[in-house]
Design a protein around this ligand. Sequence first.
Ligand code: ADQ
Length: 742
Amino acid sequence: MVSLTNNDKRIIVVANRLPVNISIKDDKPVYSPSPGGLVTALSSLKDSYKQEWLGWPGEVDLDIANANEIKEKLNNDFNSHPVFLTKQQVNRYYFGFSNKVLWPIMHYLPSHCDYDERDWKAYKKVNELFAENLLKEIKPSENDLIWIHDYQLMLLPALVREKLPNANIGFFLHTPFPSAEVFRAVPYRDELLKGVLGSSLIGFHTFGYLRHFRSALLRILGLNSEIYSADLENHTVKLGVYPISTDTNQIQELAHSTKIEQNLKQVKQIKRGRKLIISVDRLDYTKGISRRLKGFKKLLDRNPKYASELCMVQIAVPSRTKIASYRRLKDEVEDLVVDINEKYENEKEPPVIYMYKSVSFEKLVSFYKQADIALVTPLCDGMNLVAKEYVAVQKDKGVLILSEFAGAAAELGESVTVNPWNPDAIADALEHALGMMPWEKSRRMSAMFTKVKRNDVHYWSKSFLMDLSKTSEKDQHSNGETIPVNSQISDEILEKYKKAKSPLLLLDYDGTLVNFTSVPMNAKPDKNLLNSLEEINNCNGTEVSIVTGRAKGDIVEWFGDLNFNFSTEHGLWIKMAGEQNWHKTLPDDQHPNWYEEVKEIYSQFCRATPGSFIEEKETSIAWHYRLTDPEFGTLQARELVVNLTNFLANKPAEVMQGKSIVEVRVPGINKGSIISRIQQLDKEYDFMLAIGDDFTDEDLFSAVPEDAVTIKVGKGSSKAKYRLNKVSDVRNFLHKIQAAKS
Ligand code: ADQ
């Protein structure tokens, strides 16, 4: 593991809110630290890393307050850098796009979405403001770890990457990442995904969210990723799972300290000898408070005696009260509480005690300590810290009832899990918990406590930052052993080329000279490419060769007038410059005897895989799945390869799987065949350059002489010596070649 003791590095935390509250009293700003979970998470790294914060300082009225004075004070006393926002920006960026679009979408509640183009514009603007402030005020270097938090800042990683290509940028999403089917409903889904992809490392609470994110990359951006990484044109993004947690030791200490004595007494007074069920949430429609109350009512309806034996305390912190749906929720919850209490009020106390306020952490811990049951039933929740806080306090007593839809359920399997949408199931879970034997409570709770203690919030931040600090090293090596063509290497190659008297260029077509298109016939060469190749071909003895897997017809149509060398259908048909006729590398009677049957197998797969199609060539046949549902297409391709391999076991055929294509061809001919043809014709060249992007080009790289320059385009292992990232890099390189001899 990489050590995190490094005083040269800073951790720059970027979050919507700074960990300081500013209020204005008598026209003067008053500062009070508001240490949330992130401050605690980073506290154990205080001595090894300098920490700086960037965020919105809260609703400070700038007409009254002095912005410069606030800025200086925050810098000096809190290591914090404010991003000042106008009231309108806050309304549109925070209450608008963040909380009326992204928040409900992330929690599978698109019916709560309220789109407004102006909100999106403000969201973009504020993300830009964050980027500007970060670069201007903090001036990060490549040594720093920049840690961006949550859905309000999804565009920020790419904005920072644009200015600082080698920065270490981490992004952590505190909400769930929903199924791609839901996320694709956001009108600006491409921009949002591309924004987050500016990161070096993206962290999620659970593997499920990571899986959904990868699926969104594939379905929305067409980007294929690995389980823990995605390769982009200019950098690799690592993906990881980091379940956030509590400061378990600190909570245990507090639970046993005298500091909470007074609070414990107050809770006991509320309890009055009854069993206590505790629920603690922000008042948010994702938290399932209404259904939870209905579930509690069902329990009382089934067992009216519980009305005097139980007491349910619902603490609800006021949240996002500027949004209408939150205000409606408040009314709904209050009505439900009144309903239950009116129906079951007895001579002692009402069964539901509803507290609409934020309470101190000491008080919360006292409630957790006195609670026989914690009822945590969000309809959807990234993690849910209340569940873990309860476990951290209880240690080996109590019962946790936990929603299946909270991220915490992935770790806390010993809880009583419940479907939070179903009040009957909530009543069942409560009955189960109330009847649970002490030894079982202890067994379940101790198992959960061990996990919450081991994977605490310090472990969360350390593991994320360790992985982030390793991303830059990894990225450098992500290209395997091939060497990226930097300006020095490019100059060396060009120098050799200039000196050569008879150079030969061997260029693959799709994925090398042009980008892939969904329909292969649409990938026509543009004028610029044709001019550039023609000019190179006419220059001082240089011969250009197109070496492709495409059918001869396509190449004749597009390049027929040009005096190039051509090798098509993976080396089946070759025509060298100046030759009148095409040379076929296989005898005419070699029409494959497996051809029709393979075509029949392909047809079956086409019927079962909408969007796929067959491409017939003379001695090979290809099944394309570029236009299919990407996940299904990949699965079907795997299945097809297994079928074909079995069927062709003793036949003269090769099965190859390339980029969204499965191809069966006659063995013995491949893209390297053009080199044999050159030898047959006794042609000699004193410089060879081969460029290609996929596995079929590896045959060409193997066939060229040792001293040839070979270049792989894109990621993936290769026999080539050098690497260029993308088609546009190849085109730029060709322009340099063009300039070199002219
Ligand atoms: P939240 O939606 O805010 O956080 P949660 O994880 O439960 O949800 O955190 C709430 C925190 O606020 C807890 O530490 C809790 O003790 C405290 N709190 C709740 N009610 C309170 C009250 N009345 N008074 C005082 N404190 C109260 C988002 C995501 C979650 C994710 C967290 C962290 O929505 O899914 O777990 O971030 O990543």
